[in-house]
Design a protein around this ligand. Structure first.
Ligand SMILES: Nc1ncnc2c1ncn2[C@@H]1O[C@H](COP(=O)(O)OP(=O)(O)OP(=O)(O)O)[C@@H](O)[C@H]1O
Ligand SMILES: Nc1ncnc2c1ncn2[C@@H]1O[C@H](COP(=O)(O)OP(=O)(O)OP(=O)(O)O)[C@@H](O)[C@H]1O
Ligand SMILES: [Mg+2]
Ligand SMILES: [Mg+2]
Lengths: 264, 264
């Protein structure tokens, strides 16, 4: 199983959109995929049309109450399933403050995840305990990035966090790549930021660093309003607007992800 | 003094861009303005060209170490100043967990803020203790909103939080208005979301609710790449590209804000 965490503490850069549409794309290509929604906003859950009700367990129940993960799995189609997020996750930072090994809880819960080919985890816009649990539980990190100056600014802090987790909590952790999202070709800004990112990744010579060998995916996800419309229909872009540039880009990204041998 | 918190737990909706460019607009119109950066990303600080160094105090030192707020004030020009943010704020949630009245610390620290006409607080994409401190310290809330489905979804939770703070911690708190950001006229999505918001605000009949009488500002902030470029020059949009649509929209919003009698 390939396990991938979609992470960036900068808000609104395309984490949820990438988690959902990449996962749906992988399922379309015949792989069994589980999406795990670690964001209290539960936007990946909403995007896939799951409206939580009190009776079905969420990832909150799995982490905090020990509900087995396969009891929280909800089927989207015959290859795609989701462990839904829940607003109660917002309290996790406080509730886990004194828990021994609080970053490793999700890793242990995933031991009983039924056979899937890909696990994709959507994370909130922070580097707190929920994101640390995701980083400890997976082998790969994908970093969605809007090619804007403010989004670029937090990159070094994000890489530091990945480095610390890789050294202390999860030796397998590697940064697989940066996904350029909401890309508007023709703006000078996009070109400059892309160059900055590629230069940084290209210069990482130290093989012990988790981002050594990482690169920007050649597929750029262009800005496309269909991607912003799809969540209101509870569908991935592939179901909602399969011929849109958004669907094409995410399908191309999906093929690129499958083609790359997992870096771990 | 009018005190305004810029809040939305959804990431990347234009909080920082609004806090900085509205504040700079108010200063241009002759008002004395203090920006307070409560986000650990410290993007408002970066946007205004302040690169923090260890020696100058930040809002973290004010809140956690009792440094007087006027010692942390940095001048941007003769009417605009900022209390810088700092990455250490990210630990505040844990560090303040057991502090009595942890939501009221900022309110008390602001008692010694030197005379300004406007206090504008930029907040992180969450409803945690930093945002609660901002809500408890101000009289008004501005709610930047990208007219997208996912951004609309969290509105009711945000309003609930404002309501609880208004009842328990801050009787003066009112929602002044919703600022539509990154507006792309011509997309069906923007029209639909705007209608949804206006319908919701228009239907709020209960005068005891803090959003009673609130409305969407008639100025819409259009998507304009200059707004995303300005932070890389450490300037507000008014300095970086005064004739851009972005500068025009924020100047128009500024005039609208000044014209509205404060709702508190
Ligand atoms: N390529 C794109 N083109 C147009 N809109 C997009 C694109 N990607 C994402 N969006 C929209 O932009 C907004 C932000 O994207 P998204 O919610 O996926 O970001 P996020 O990083 O998950 O945000 P958060 O930090 O709040 O979790 C959403 O409304 C989404 O629908
Ligand atoms: N009207 C606009 N047109 C174009 N780009 C914009 C506009 N407003 C903001 N941006 C850009 O979009 C990105 C998100 O905006 P911003 O950082 O202000 O949002 P935020 O809500 O403060 O995000 P966070 O949740 O991370 O604090 C930034 O790169 C910013 O430069
Ligand atoms: Mg998200
Ligand atoms: Mg911000």
């Amino acid at each position: 199983m390939r396990s991938i965490a979609i992470i960036n503490q900068k808000g609104g850069v395309g984490k949820t959109t990438t988690a959902v549409n990449l996962s749906a794309g992988l399922a379309l290509q015949g792989h069994r995929v589980c999406v795990l929604d670690m964001d209290p906003q539960a936007h990946a859950t909403l995007h896939l049309g799951i409206t939580g009700n009190r009776t079905t367990p969420s990832i909150y129940d799995v982490i905090m109450k020990g509900v087995p993960i396969h009891d929280a799995l909800q089927r989207i189609d015959n290859r795609l399933s989701i462990v839904p997020g829940h607003i109660d996750l917002a309290a996790a930072e406080m509730e886990l403050a004194d828990e021994v090994g609080r970053e490793m809880i999700l890793r242990d819960r995933l031991a009983t995840l039924p056979g899937v080919d890909y696990l994709v985890i959507d994370c909130p816009p922070s580097l707190g305990v929920l994101t640390l649990n995701a980083l400890t539980a997976v082998n790969e990190v994908f970093l969605p990035l809007q090619p804007h100056f403010l989004a670029l600014h937090g990159l070094s802090q994000l890489l530091n966090t990945i480095d610390v987790v890789a050294r202390r909590l999860n030796r397998n952790l590697r940064l697989s790549g940066v996904v350029l999202c909401m890309y508007e070709s023709g703006t000078r800004l996009a070109g400059e930021v892309t160059n900055d990112v590629n230069e940084f990744l290209g210069s990482a010579q130290d093989p012990s660093r988790p981002w050594h060998g990482a690169r920007t995916f050649s597929t750029k996800i262009r800005r496309n309003v269909r991607l912003a419309e799809a969540p209101s229909f509870g569908r991935s872009i592939h179901e909602y607007a399969p011929n849109s540039p958004g669907a094409q880009d995410y399908l191309e990204l999906t093929r690129e992800v499958i083609a790359m041998a997992s870096r771990s």
